[in-house]
Design a binder for this molecule. Structure first.
Ligand SMILES: [Zn+2]
Length: 406
């Protein structure tokens, strides 16, 4: 049976590989550009060095390809630059994109962190597609967003572990030292957060890891007005606090909540609100809380953008039932209203999602839990969230412009 499955995967990969040049392009790239650039792209099949990931799922990028494609996009992109930050042997690539309205400072400075957990491969894919859309401006929305917002994008927030995932270790969440990078920030950091399982090991001390130190420097220097980290393993749109199960963050609560509520309706139909409260248990040491608190960032969010293994439809249906049951979705009653719901669908951002699957070390199950395993779902997911990120920037800009939430 296993042999048959492996053979099917191989055949599927080979078939899909033959279509590779088309596979890489999706709705966010204009047809004209597709054909004119296809011959010059360094990502075409002839020069592609395959990983287990790109053999099995050819519509995903390896780390090297993510960087190469980001470089290619940035080279033709107005007011954009790519640089690498480094500490010791750990380096992180950063794309900075200024507003196209050059005479005046952009109102909204958007910092987005993708791939903090290495197995959540779909997260960086949405980041790359966002970069493509911002550079190529194929929609009215993206052109408008580029006028009023500037961006700093980290596409690969766990660069040392990601090659292991690409080599087939699809359950790997932590950095190579086994530290959960989203427990290692100095905001209510707790040594015992490891009690939820090995995959949430907070490290020996806050900012013990080079990855979190690099991100801390980067985000502190940038001083964003919008912070977003993108995860997968469930669906949810969150704001602080994550460490506290009781309170939604006070500062700018109404404005943040209204952005989440609108995005939820169009792009998620899933739980939204204060992170810890939404899931019913605390999550110390997250970037979300640190950035909101220490940098006083007006809009701080964490999105969970995908869950597989057949759980998506069930989760959405449950959410619809709960939403109907509650006449108005007020943040104060959410946690009480749905304890069973969150027990069944713990957030990967908050805790280890679907611990049993992750700990069973069944790589295939892990891949499919965190990432779309069909090309159609992959593209639909990417397109949905690229639009959501753009709308988030647009909505925050509007709030800042109106003087609310600044
Ligand atoms: Zn995650």
């Amino acid at each position: 049976m296993k042999t048959l499955t492996a053979l099917s995967v191989l055949l599927l990969a080979l078939c899909a590989g033959a279509r590779h040049p088309q596979v890489r392009r999706h709705g966010w790239m204009s047809p004209t550009k597709e054909s004119s650039e296809s011959s010059s792209s360094s990502l075409q099949s002839s020069s592609r060095s395959f990983t287990t990931l790109t053999k099995e799922y050819p519509y995903y990028h390896s780390s090297k390809e993510l960087l190469e494609e980001a470089r290619r996009l940035v080279s033709g992109c107005k007011s954009a630059a790519l640089r690498t930050i480094q500490e010791g042997d750990v380096s992180m690539d950063v794309v900075q994109m200024n507003s196209t309205r050059s005479a005046q400072a952009a109102r909204n400075k958007v910092f987005i962190l993708f791939g903090e957990h290495s197995r959540e491969l779909i997260s960086p894919e949405t980041g790359l597609a966002l970069l493509r859309e911002l550079c190529e401006g194929s929609s009215e929305l993206s052109r408008e967003v580029r006028q009023d917002s500037e961006f700093l994008l980290v596409l690969n927030g766990n660069p040392r572990s990601r090659p292991e995932v690409e080599g087939g270790d699809y359950c790997l969440r932590t950095n190579p030292k086994g530290v959960d990078l989203n427990r290692n920030w100095d905001e209510e950091w707790q040594k015992d957060s490891v009690s939820h399982g090995e995959a949430t090991n907070p490290g020996p001390a806050p900012f013990s890891e080079p990855e979190t130190r690099l991100l801390r420097s980067l985000v502190s220097e940038y001083k964003p007005t919008t912070y977003l980290c993108v995860h997968s393993g469930t669906l949810g749109l969150y704001m602080p606090w994550a460490f506290d199960q009781v309170h939604a963050a006070d500062r700018n609560q109404k404005a943040m909540m209204s952005v989440l509520e609108e995005l939820d309706r169009s792009h998620c139909q899933c739980p939204y609100g204060a992170a810890g409260k939404e899931v019913g248990y605390s999550c110390p040491g997250t970037s979300l809380d640190w950035i909101y608190d220490k940098l006083q960032t007006p809009f701080a969010f964490a999105f969970e953008i995908y869950v597989g293994n057949g759980q998506m439809a069930m989760l959405k249906e449950k959410w619809r039932q709960k939403a109907h049951a509650s006449s108005a979705l007020q943040i104060n009653h959410l946690a009480n209203a749905r304890p069973d719901f969150f027990k069944a669908h713990p957030s990967d951002f908050i805790q280890v999602s679907n611990t049993e699957v992750a700990e069973s070390k069944n790589s295939r199950d892990c891949f499919e839990l965190y990432n779309p395993a069909s090309e159609d779902v992959f593209h639909a997911t990417v397109n949905n969230w690229v639009t959501a990120y753009l709308e988030m920037a647009q909505k925050v800009s509007k709030h800042l412009q109106d003087g609310k939430g600044a």
